[in-house]
Design a protein around this ligand. Structure first.
Ligand code: ADP
Length: 442
């Protein structure tokens, strides 16, 4: 069948139809002149032609209504052309539709067997579709739960609070699976299309178990190292090598290194303890006394080589673990002293801010290059290993700070410029800040 064209003169069907009409017209004229009835012959011819056209139209209409998959009849002149055009369009869209359905089915089949649970939620949070893993973890049933609002199906308070916030890219980690509390899972909400959500749930029991094994290992190794180190340290202290300058230097270095190892072990044990904690103490902490204590510690470390100041504009106090917060703040202050050359300035700040309060340590020290900032709170991450060792650092201080602040729902912010100095700020939320407590409480 030739391709339908909009140019009448190029269309084969139009050429045939027009030719046929002209031929009929010529025959009618000849018959008319021969019989002496020209007009009736022409009228008859046109009437016949119109009837044939109407009949062809009727056949096209029947063919359209019959929804047949067969091609249209080809003996209707221009009408066949029109019908053929519709037929081709229809075939094209049917093939496209088939391809789309096949693609959709392939996606669904792939999503259905994903090891992660996937739930498609409407803008109103109704369950549109879910795969086998989601059914297994969340206890969903296709018959009963499709179309229901997901929030109404969950019983766990943590999951409900998280769903209520519905924050994308803020996953919920380590919650018991509704279908089996022994399974621990993580949940993530991903927005897509117009207001729709993809809820992705993952069985993380194995990962959490491995993480626990790692934590136990670090805690046990640190614990086991503590006793032999104490013994070594003790004997090193007893060695009297003052009469032998060479031996004296060696013993001094050994003492220094064993003290460093002991400090690493202590820091690792502190981290293990903080890691295992889900929440923290809730005691009032008087900030005035804490700041004064931190300043005294800093001055002892600095040996009066730095100018150390307190600038406290807030009269409020904190709620949390006094021991852990003191250790975190002391770490920040010790770093400021260690990484600021003699003659530098260190300011301890305590001030109110929108939604809470902030403790900050500002120094005029060497600063930290920007590329190190994202990783600076990782365990054993150091800008310069040799400099940190020289200063007696373990590389665990900021990691401890981050853990302690996390347990207090606080956030660590670091601003630093090389050669100008650094500011480490601990931002505490309003629920951790209390009105000043009576002095005898702390
Ligand atoms: P360390 O025990 O080595 O000091 P930390 O975890 O406390 O370990 O700090 C990690 C690294 O961050 C340090 O090695 C140091 O390079 C850098 N750092 C920390 N505080 C400061 C500061 N106030 N000024 C410049 N560098 C700092």
């Amino acid at each position: 069948m030739p391709k339908p064209t909009l140019n009448v003169l190029q269309s084969r069907a139009w050429q045939v139809s027009l030719g046929r009409l002209l031929l009929l017209f010529a025959i009618a004229l000849v018959v008319g002149f021969a019989s002496g009835y020209v007009l009736p012959a022409l009228v008859l011819m046109f009437a016949g032609y119109s009837l044939w056209s109407l009949y062809s139209l009727l056949r096209v209409q029947r063919w359209l209504l019959s929804r047949t998959r067969l091609p249209p009849p080809s003996d209707m002149g221009v009408w066949s052309d029109v019908a053929e055009f519709i037929y081709r369009r229809h075939l094209g869209s049917r093939n496209r539709q088939r391809r789309l359905v096949r693609l959709l089915r392939a996606y669904r089949e792939a999503a259905a067997v994903l090891p992660d649970g996937v739930v498609v939620l409407s803008a109103m949070r109704q369950i549109v579709w879910f795969n086998e893993s989601a059914a297994r973890l969340l206890g969903l049933d296709g018959q009963r739960h499709r179309g229901m609002i997901i929030d109404r199906l969950m019983r766990n308070a943590q999951i409900l609070a998280w769903l209520a916030q519905a924050r994308a890219n803020d996953p919920l980690i380590d919650v018991p699976a509704p279908a089996d509390p022994d399974i621990r899972m993580s949940m993530r909400l991903i927005p897509y299309a117009q207001g729709q959500w993809l809820l992705v749930v993952r069985d993380v029991s194995m990962l959490l178990k491995l993480e626990q094994v790692r934590r136990d290992f670090v805690a046990n190794v640190s614990h086991e190292l503590r006793t032999p180190l104490t013994v070594l340290h003790g004997y090193l202290d007893l060695i009297d090598a003052e009469h032998d300058p060479e031996l004296d230097g060696m013993v001094r270095e050994m003492r220094k290194q064993s003290a460093r190892m002991a400090q690493i072990v202590e820091d690792l044990l502190t981290l293990s303890r903080l890691d295992a904690q889900a929440d923290t103490h809730d005691e009032p902490i008087a900030m005035t006394a804490l700041l004064a204590g931190l300043r005294r510690d800093a001055e002892a470390l600095s040996q009066h080589q730095h100018e150390i100041r307190i600038e406290a504009t807030s009269t409020r106090d904190l709620r949390g673990s006094a021991k852990d917060l003191h250790s975190a703040f002391a770490n920040l202050v010790a770093n400021a002293v260690r990484y600021t050359p003699p003659g530098g300035r260190i300011v301890l700040r305590w001030f109110d801010e929108t939604g809470g309060a902030c403790f900050a340590v500002q120094d005029s020290g060497c600063g930290i290059p920007a590329e190190h900032l994202p990783r600076i709170t990782e365990r054993f991450y150091r800008v310069s290993t040799s400099r940190s060792r020289d200063k007696g650092g373990t590389g665990l201080g900021l990691s401890i700070v981050k853990h302690v602040l996390g347990l207090h729902q606080a956030r660590l912010d670091i601003q630093s410029e090389v050669g100008v100095g650094s500011t480490f700020s601990a931002h505490f939320p309003g629920e951790r800040v209390i009105d000043a407590i009576a002095p005898d409480l702390n």
